[in-house]
Design a protein around this ligand. Structure first.
Ligand SMILES: Cc1cc2nc3c(=O)[nH]c(=O)nc-3n(C[C@H](O)[C@H](O)[C@H](O)COP(=O)(O)O)c2cc1C
Length: 203
């Protein structure tokens, strides 16, 4: 009898132990992570087309509205070497960069980029496309599997060919339809921007 008990007792203890471990592992099911939203944008202050000398860039204004409506984190893509303040001089630098497909250095860094599933990406249209520092930014991180929502301000080109260029640059991301707003409207009409962003987010 004693021998049978001495054999059964460790077995019972073992079964009890594995059952309670099973219960624990069922409880420890990982909860779905809350989705984090990044609103990354490039925008230029100073002398700008159709708006004069501005303190907050046109695209920056739209980015602020998107961040406010999505509870997103704002990140400004800043060139390491600022563009000339004057519109004409800036255009010359930008044209040269566009023609040579340059990758101007940028400053700052997005911490924990891997935690963002959704990225709103804003820029002014320069030469029908996103300014080159935006491409520097895109090449700095891994955007595979992320949802990219481009938005742009412009003075006639709307999104230009930026959407197709982004799709080419980010073949493993989903690039959604963009939001284009006239720069002077973004600068002067906050109510228009609020409604345009709301409708775009709804779509
Ligand atoms: C270098 C440069 C190139 C531009 N090229 C275009 C263009 O091709 N098409 C267009 O509609 N607007 C063009 N614009 C106008 C800007 O897209 C517009 O003013 C925009 O709202 C500026 O936004 P920001 O204040 O965020 O920089 C250009 C402006 C600059 C400075």
């Amino acid at each position: 009898m004693k021998t049978i008990l001495s054999l059964l007792l460790p077995l019972c203890l073992f079964i009890g132990c594995t059952q309670s471990q099973d219960a624990k592992s069922q409880k420890a099911e990982p909860k779905p992570k809350p989705q984090k939203v990044l609103v990354a944008f490039f925008s230029k202050t100073g002398d700008n087309y159709a708006v004069g000398n501005i303190k907050v860039g046109n695209t920056h204004k739209v980015a602020q509205e998107i961040a406010s409506q999505t509870n997103g984190t704002l990140f400004e893509i800043k060139p390491a070497k600022p563009y000339p303040d004057a519109y004409k001089a800036c255009k010359e630098v930008a044209e040269e960069e566009f023609k040579t497909n340059a990758r101007p250095k940028i400053q700052g860094y997005v911490e924990d980029m891997e935690e963002y599933d959704t990225v709103y990406l804003g820029f002014p249209i320069w030469w029908g496309d996103a300014p080159m520092p935006v491409y520097t930014f895109l090449e700095k991180y891994n955007f595979n599997g992320k949802h990219i929502y481009p938005f742009a301000t412009h003075e006639g080109s709307a999104m230009g060919h930026s959407e197709s260029a982004l799709k080419k640059a980010l073949p493993k991301s989903t690039v959604h339809k963009g939001l284009a707003i006239y720069g002077h409207t973004a600068q002067k009409d906050a109510k228009f921007v609020e409604t345009a962003v709301k409708n775009w987010l709804k779509d």
